[in-house]
Design a protein around this ligand. Structure first.
Ligand code: C6P
Length: 406
């Protein structure tokens, strides 16, 4: 991978922050956007801006073609079988809520079981908590092993004939754990339940093949994979989506409306009520083209090298706790002893280094870790070993600063 050329694609990275060249280590929160994506959105608004699926005019036809072409690009990217299986949403959160509201309300009743894990982001936890409260179904947690992984033996124990849905993240946004989705799918299907995968931290970094994973639903956000904010995807197996009722009603999603009853469009449009996120979908297609040309395998390899290099050096600094398993995705969650993670992030920011601090929308996981918050550095295709060096030097400075002050 030609990192120099890749960095030149991302205009935001060229700036100085607080007098230092920016080191952006917060891509798990949101990734930066390459010129390809910025230009695709820009070009749509400058030349092709019109509503979709409505007009017969030329610009409207162009907008519709680009929007529906984006659906085909997503289908190829995640290896879905049918284009109707790709529903555009606002992001991962909206996609998971759609399944919990629609599939959940139709299929889950009192005495059924919903299974998740304690490493879930709030977006893949609260919708199930709410569904369990609404229906009286039991919410069960697959326990975590001491290194922050889950064992298939525990999945076998927790999933029973009462289980109706299992919802699990592919990659933890805190621990970096990569879960064995294919094996979990096999257990879930043996019990006639369905599997939803939260792919928010998966799809930006790993080659995803939803047919090979054999998941029933897969949710992700564009903004973590170099696309604009406000666009995301729900993949669902056609047979399941066909039975599901829409959760948003109004324009775009209807077939015929009468005074006291209405009918819906076919898939995928019955789930896309209102004017869709046209520019977002076009930006997502550009991001897919960009990442595909570089190669997801190459990106994963590069992140792996950066994480290994960073961990090697962090281990040399006394008093740094690193959370998560040995084999992890491209992020490191940590704390410096006796320093609040917000203070760590503030000192790093003064050096032009952006990391995230807080509970990372995973409070039950913080509880399991026995902390209220952590700091997190997350890497992507545009990060370099020099970024890691600056980060490590910044941590050393943070430690010295707080040792001298207190
Ligand atoms: N995690 C992070 O800094 P939305 O906000 O809908 O695009 O994505 C929600 C979401 C769901 N699942 C996982 C595993 C996630 O990591 C996220 C978003 C960001 O870790 C923002 S909290």
């Amino acid at each position: 991978m030609d990192i120099k050329a890749i960095r030149a694609d991302f205009p935001l990275l060229e700036q100085e922050v607080n007098g230092f060249p920016l080191v952006y280590l917060d891509s798990a929160a949101t990734a930066q956007k390459p010129n390809r994506v910025i230009e695709a959105v820009n070009s749509y608004y400058r030349m092709d801006n019109a509503n979709v699926h409505r007009g017969v005019h030329t610009i409207g036809t162009r907008a519709t073609e680009q929007y529906e072409n984006a659906r085909d690009r997503v289908k190829q990217f995640i290896h879905a079988e049918h284009r109707e299986e790709i529903i555009f949403t606002r992001g991962t959160t909206t996609a998971i809520n759609l399944v919990a509201s629609s599939y959940g309300s139709q299929h889950i009743q009192r005495d059924d079981e919903i299974v998740i894990t304690q490493m879930e982001h709030h977006s893949n936890l609260i919708p199930w908590q709410q569904l369990s409260k609404r229906t009286g179904a039991t919410l069960k947690y697959i326990p975590l092993e001491s290194d922050g992984t889950i064992s298939l033996a525990e999945v076998e124990k927790i999933v029973t004939h009462k289980t109706k849905i299992v919802a699990i993240t592919q990659v933890s946004n805190v621990l970096g754990t990569i879960n064995p989705i294919k094996e979990i799918a096999e257990i879930v299907h043996r019990h006639d339940a369905v599997l939803l995968v939260d792919g928010a931290q998966g799809v930006p970094h790993l080659q995803v093949d939803v047919q090979d994973l054999n998941c029933d639903f897969y949710a992700f956000s564009g903004h973590k994979m170099c696309a604009p904010t406000g666009i995301g995807v729900l993949y669902g197996k056609k047979a399941l989506l066909e039975q599901m009722e829409p959760v948003e009603f109004g324009g775009e999603m209807i077939d015929f409306v009468d005074l006291y009853d209405s009918t819906w469009k076919d898939l995928p449009w019955k789930f896309e009520g209102g004017t869709p996120i046209i520019a977002g979908a076009i930006g997502l297609a550009a991001a897919i083209d960009y990442l595909t040309e570089i190669g997801l395998d190459q990106i994963a390899l590069h992140e792996r090298e950066l994480v290994d290099y960073a961990i090697e050096q962090l281990k040399l600094i006394d008093g740094i706790d690193i959370y998560g398993p040995e084999h992890r995705a491209g992020l490191i969650t940590f704390n410096i002893a006796d320093v609040h993670p917000h203070d760590t992030a503030t000192v790093l920011d003064a050096e032009g280094i952006a990391v995230r601090a807080g509970h990372h929308c995973a409070q039950p996981l913080m509880k399991w870790l026995g902390v209220t918050a952590t700091a997190r550095a997350s890497f992507y295709l545009y990060n370099t070993k020099q970024d890691v060096d600056r980060f490590v030097a910044g941590l050393q400075k943070t430690k010295e600063f707080f040792t001298n002050v207190f």
